[in-house]
Design a binder for this molecule. Structure first.
Ligand code: MD6
Ligand code: FE
Length: 218
């Protein structure tokens, strides 16, 4: 099948899904058909569990603002990084994970070859222009058998997908509204991060990017 001749005229390339590791995939636009359900669900979560800039164990405020939903939420404070069943701001349980979140994450995982993905945590990060995420591994989950499933909404980002040592060369993956990234299995502990977000305005989300990561944490 051929693309419409004008659709990718000039410099625009078709945005195809891409394998970025042995068990890692970028699924371009995978979430687009569900955005109209995802955004109100996201809004309702951050009304109940407001975004906040958490403090790292080293005493620095994170440039991303964070919340969570699901049985467990990822938190950081002066005593370290961990998952918690309650929101430390309200001392209430985190909001439930909406079905549209869970179903999307499961469908993306399946597409990447991970069957029976059962996320119990969805970490929500909001990036404004200039916010970034340094290279790190996701190691706070109780097992590494489940993949990490990530959803990008709003402003574009450059995702860094590295190796198993911080100093390994990283691939730069451009992520747009509706794109998903899945990494698991032999790739589960790869270093990853996000370059500082560039200034811009997204038609639906304005001057911000949301990243939702689904995990099996407990
Ligand atoms: C992102 N976030 O926000 C990716 N990992 O695009 C992460 O990779 C992440 O925000 C572990 C703990 C907190 C995070
Ligand atoms: Fe991470």
């Amino acid at each position: 099948m051929q693309n419409h001749p004008d659709l990718f005229a000039d410099t625009e390339q078709p945005r195809r899904s891409e394998q970025i590791g042995e068990q890692s995939w970028v699924l371009r636009g995978f979430a687009l058909s569900r955005v109209e359900q995802l955004l109100p669900a996201l809004e309702s979560i951050i009304e109940r569990a407001p975004l906040r800039h958490m403090m790292t164990p080293g005493g620095f405020s994170m440039s991303v603002a964070t919340s969570s939903c699901g049985a467990l939420g990822w938190i950081t404070d002066r005593s370290g990084y961990r998952y918690s069943a309650e929101d430390p701001l309200s001392h209430l349980p985190w909001p439930e994970m909406p079905a549209v979140f869970r179903e999307l994450a499961q469908a993306a995982a399946l597409q990447a070859g991970f069957h029976d993905f059962r996320p119990d945590s969805c970490l929500i990060n909001r990036y404004v222009p200039g916010a970034k995420m340094s290279l790190h591994q996701d190691k706070d989950e109780s097992t590494y058998t489940a993949p990490i499933v990530s959803l990008s909404l709003g402003l574009p980002a450059i995702f860094l997908f590295g190796g198993f040592n911080r100093s390994d060369r990283s691939q730069r993956v451009s992520l747009l509204h509706g794109d998903m990234v899945i990494w698991g299995g032999v790739d589960r502990l790869r270093y990853h991060g996000v370059l500082p977000i560039k200034h811009g305005r997204h038609p639906q989300l304005g001057e911000q990017r949301f990243n939702l990561t689904f995990r099996t944490a407990g």
